[in-house]
Design a protein around this ligand. Structure first.
Ligand SMILES: [Zn+2]
Length: 151
């Protein structure tokens, strides 16, 4: 385990994924799964629109790209946005030890629920993440409401 992971450096990988999603015409949310020794295990982004698949969130994409891991307690899920219930469930199901969120302003998701369960949650309140997704939501409110399961 590295003494003090540079969470902002880890976030940069997730932000790059979010930007790629935006360039593809998708919802700009990216994520990356790291081992706490700093190794990148997998990264991905929301592809609901690109693949017409509501199950491909940034976190689930990164998780799948990482392949099978022996254990998740010493992994860090880094995501540009606080994880939704579905992705918070993934974190708990596999006992991912740490979640780093770029922001929880546009959506707070399951952050409190994860903390109550003993997951270490670090919220970086990153301005770029707030503005990238905030701009997308303002321009595409219907797509956003569909993504978070609101009518
Ligand atoms: Zn999600």
């Amino acid at each position: 385990m590295i003494a003090t992971p540079d969470y902002r450096a880890l976030l940069a990988t997730a932000v790059a994924e979010a930007r790629q999603g935006l360039a593809e015409g998708g919802i700009p949310i990216g994520a990356a799964l790291f081992h706490d020794d700093g190794r990148l295990l997998g990264c991905g982004h929301n592809r609901r629109i690109q693949e017409n698949d509501p199950s491909v969130h940034g976190e689930t994409d990164a998780f799948r790209k990482a392949g099978r891991q022996r254990r998740y307690r010493d992994t860090i899920m880094v995501t540009t946005l606080a994880p939704c219930w579905y992705c918070s469930g993934l974190v708990r199901q596999f006992n991912i030890g740490t979640v780093v969120v770029g922001e929880s302003v546009n959506f707070s998701g399951g952050v409190d629920w994860l903390r109550e369960a003993g997951v270490k949650v670090i919220d970086l309140a990153d301005q770029e993440c707030i503005e990238m997704l905030g701009g997308y939501i303002a321009a595409n409110p219907d797509v956003w409401n569909e993504d978070i399961g609101e009518d």
